[in-house]
Design a protein around this ligand. Sequence first.
Ligand code: HEM
Length: 263
Amino acid sequence: MIFSYLIPYFRHLVVIGLAVLMFVILSREPEDILANEREEQSERVSSDERLYSELELAQYDGREGSPGIYLVILGYVYDVATGIKHYGPGEAYNMFVGHDASRSFISGEFESYRPELSDVSSLTDGELKSLVKWKSFYDETYQYKGKLVGRYFDDHGRLTDYHKVVLERAAKAEQEDAKPHQQYPSCNVEWKEETGTRVWCTSRSGDGQERGWVGKPRRYVDEQSPYCVCVPEEVASSDSSLALFDNCDANSESCFVIDTKQG
Ligand code: HEM
């Protein structure tokens, strides 16, 4: 009986369910990207991995008569036969098999394959970090088969310079995310030749959105360069990771910074 009441909402329930599932897939703990990579490189030297050319891999598209169904991400090849309901011919994520469409994991371009979809240089560091998380998902879920020779691996199976830059940028984003100053909005900053750097707080400093409080400029004790954050008054004097700027009063909303490295 109760199901007949739910029928009009069925599509909404399906969409909400799908969104929750995607969130679960994508919200796994970030890992140490470069350390993982190094570990895998050494592990894989002696494993039964193979190198694939683009021409050879294109056969693994899961169509009848094909030798298998292989997906590529960042040049790594996985057998996704157990995920045939996602990747099989006509299924939602079929575009990902038979070639490297790494960028589509972030951009959502799944309509049709184009070779440029392996190029991730237009992605931000944070997006590259998410892409590396997708690769970890395939490590955990599917059988690893080898490497695709091309953009991400050379013909000896070694990381290309392009690939190294991708990993470095993803690792940088991970480090940025771990920084404590993400906790508070950043200050406004201006630099003038006569006066040097000034930092100050307004109720919109940081992301430009009105937040209903102004806060006091503080710097992190551990930071080498004096990164300025606006801290609510109730926290400004009690948080020991924060310090006053030199020559700036505890109640001041604007400070001149002696060291001008503030970016
Ligand atoms: C950039 C956007 C997206 C990408 C790259 C993406 C990619 C993928 C991939 C590759 C899979 C297969 C995972 C596996 O092998 O098990 C998957 C599964 C799935 N996706 Fe997405 N997806 C995106 C957006 C969405 C959205 C917006 C929804 C729903 C509103 C959705 C719902 C699902 C569901 C329900 C599954 C099946 C999960 C499972 O059965 O394990 N996806 N997605």
